[in-house]
Design a protein around this ligand. Structure first.
Ligand code: G6P
Length: 611
């Protein structure tokens, strides 16, 4: 979603801010803007891509040593130059970029309109800019006081970076609900909505906390809370390398991330499997293990692909811990007054750690007294900071909007937790426990082999590239994988795709099947294999085109399917991690063949920071 980058120092702000905006493109956006200060402050905005904005700025010849930039994902008002940020206050004293949503913007807007203030855009951000200006002019406040007072009056979420045009030596920044990271340089400072635009300049960062207001100068920075208490900045060293956010020769981030999965899963397990596969040691369980072992119920909350990982987690947890699990869309959970008891554990899964609904679900569960456990990828993000305990997936930065390595690493963490709890509860015998760990340790190399299906997948992609619909079926551990495969296809190739439990097909989707309907059947060897064979027969009887994902050496389904993709055999519990690989590749190739923007699909955002 929206991205922010700001710079103050002695280098070309134009270059640093534009470069930063390009690094933030992965979040998804529809318009972009920049303000550059050099004595005066000039603003450039456009609908469309950062490269269009870059042309505008280069043509103008403007540069300076202070700048702020923004990529906007429309919420209030359509994508347009007027609605793009920065928004400028009515007398031009404040230039504002904003992530998040101001919930009481219409009341403030009405109030300001009665004072004769005119609005150009439909954004909630312009309301903030005008409110600050109004307080500054009418209340005879300093810029800092005007900003603080304005923020006392707004409700909702914000990450704000503000230039006051009469104070060219500083940037103001304020955070509540929407992330902001300050990059601490030598004689220069940076600010951004995540660390990706910063790390090529400095690895020293400060994660702003809710209600912090920062004054950022070239050689100095100070932090206060909105209640004017001084805050001691906590500088952290980031362990993120610039190479990790480059495509490294791959045409798209998504493809790079698909191919990174053997390493990513390995990193997820690194240091967490004891020598000789003797046990699992997850630091995040330390301190909460007794409550986890004695839990009466687990409730998994998540969105999108993380929700699919959670659904697979339900199958894994129930099988290996024998404790009931519920999987909830975070957006539903948070608004339905959920019933939570003290023996319930809420597990929040999120790649970004910033998804607004998941974050709100975490806060609600905490308020209700549940222990909240996080499974996140982005270190230091909001959700891990809010949860009582948790485990990072350590998958490395995921830039492609369509999530891939997040899914397989989340499932890996869920399996590790389930095995550990099951073993401690006595549900899993010691020998089985060690066998599970041994098989888990082999998963990265099996994923590497699953990636070798790429050539076969290309042929399937060629065959279905012009379809308008596709159906994905799976059972048991492979049902969530069918959902994930369908989501991948619709996200990036815009083909309508539905995932279904294979047997449920008879209750509806079977009506859609004819010779034009590709049906992807995820049917690797597990307890439901025989059952899915009858489902395949039902599809064949209606002339559906069957694409089967099977285990290596499969004799039966291979004979029935139009296209067969074989992945290595493994234990059923890990079959989803392997079977999802060709599905990720399939959606990728179909999207490329259809000329779609794989890394930034239309209307989607990487990090959904609004509800
Ligand atoms: C967005 C992304 C998805 C992601 C979902 C949840 O919709 O486009 O790829 O699965 O958010 O994100 P999270 O960061 O919470 O896993």
């Amino acid at each position: 979603m929206c991205g922010i980058v700001g710079y103050i120092g002695s280098r070309s702000a134009k270059e640093i801010v534009l470069n930063g905006l390009k690094r933030l493109e992965y979040r998804g956006y529809d318009s972009a803007g920049i303000a550059i200060s050099n004595g005066k402050t000039e603003v450039f905005k456009c609908k469309g891509r950062v490269k269009d904005l870059e042309e505008l700025v280069i043509r103008s010849g403007v540069d300076g040593t202070t700048g702020i930039g923004h990529t906007r994902w429309a919420t209030h008002g359509e994508p347009s130059e007027t609605n793009a940020h920065p928004q400028v206050s009515y007398k031009g004293n404040f230039v504002v970029v904003h992530n998040g949503i101001i919930e009481n913007y219409s009341q403030i807007k009405r109030h300001l309109e009665t004072r004769g203030i005119h609005f150009n855009s439909q954004t909630d951000t312009e309301v903030v800019a005008h409110l600050i200006e109004h307080l500054y002019l009418e209340g005879s406040l300093t810029p800092e006081q005007a900003i603080t007072t304005a923020l006392e009056n707004v409700e909702g979420a914000y990450g704000l970076v503000i230039i006051c045009t009469s104070e060219q030596d500083r940037l103001y920044a304020a955070k509540k609900g929407s992330p902001l990271v300050i990059g601490v340089g030598d004689g220069e400072n940076f600010i951004a909505s995540d660390a990706t635009p910063i790390i090529e300049y400095t690895n020293r960062v400060i994660y702003m906390k809710d209600d912090d207001i920062a004054v950022i100068k070239r050689n100095e920075l100070s932090l206060k809370t909105i209640r004017k208490q001084v805050v001691q900045p906590e500088v952290q060293e980031l362990d993120l390398k610039i190479g990790e956010i480059d495509k490294e020769g791959f045409p798209h981030f998504m493809l790079k991330e698909i191919y990174e999965q053997p390493r990513a899963i390995h990193d997820t397990m690194r240091g967490r499997i004891l020598p000789d596969n003797a046990g699992i040691m997850l630091g995040g369980l330390h301190g909460v293990i007794d409550r986890m072992v004695n839990a009466h119920r687990f409730i998994i909350v998540a969105c999108g692909t993380s929700w699919h990982a959670g659904l697979l987690g339900e199958y894994i947890f129930e099988e290996f811990t024998r404790v009931p699990v519920e999987v909830e869309y975070a957006s539903e959970f948070r608004y339905r007054n959920p019933l939570l008891g003290k023996d319930d554990i809420v597990i929040a899964i999120s790649q970004s750690g910033e998804t607004a609904d998941t974050l709100a679900a975490v806060k609600l569960a905490k308020e209700k007294g549940a222990l909240v456990f996080g499974i996140c990828n982005v270190v230091g993000s909001n959700i891990p900071r809010e949860t009582d305990a948790g485990v990072y997936t350590h998958a490395g930065p995921e830039i492609g909007v369509a999530s891939t390595k997040a899914f397989t690493t989340q499932v890996t963490v869920l399996a590790m937790i389930a095995f550990e709890l099951g073993y401690r509860k006595g549900v899993i015998e010691p020998e089985k426990y060690r066998n599970l760990i041994r098989e888990l340790a082999a998963v990265p190399s099996l994923v590497r082999r699953a990636l070798e299906t790429n050539d076969q997948v290309l042929k399937v992609a060629e065959a279905i590239r012009n379809t308008s619909n596709a159906l994905y079926l799976g059972r048991g551990f492979l049902f969530p994988v069918a959902l994930e495969g369908a989501l991948k296809l619709k996200e990036i190739s815009y083909i309508h795709a539905e995932g279904y439990p294979a047997a449920e097909m008879k209750h509806g989707p079977i009506a859609l099947i004819d010779e034009n309907m590709p049906v992807v059947v995820v049917a690797t060897k597990d307890g439901t294999y025989d059952k899915i064979i009858s489902n395949i027969q039902e599809i064949k009887a209606r002339k559906g085109k069957i694409i089967a994902i099977v285990s290596e050496g499969d004799g039966q389904i291979s004979k029935m399917a139009d296209y067969v993709i074989e992945v290595p055999e493994t234990l059923p519990v890990f079959s989803g991690i392997l079977a999802v690989i060709p599905l990720q590749l399939l959606s990728y190739h179909v999207a490329v063949m259809r000329g779609c923007d794989v890394d930034q699909p239309r209307n989607l955002a990487k990090s959904v920071t609004v509800e």
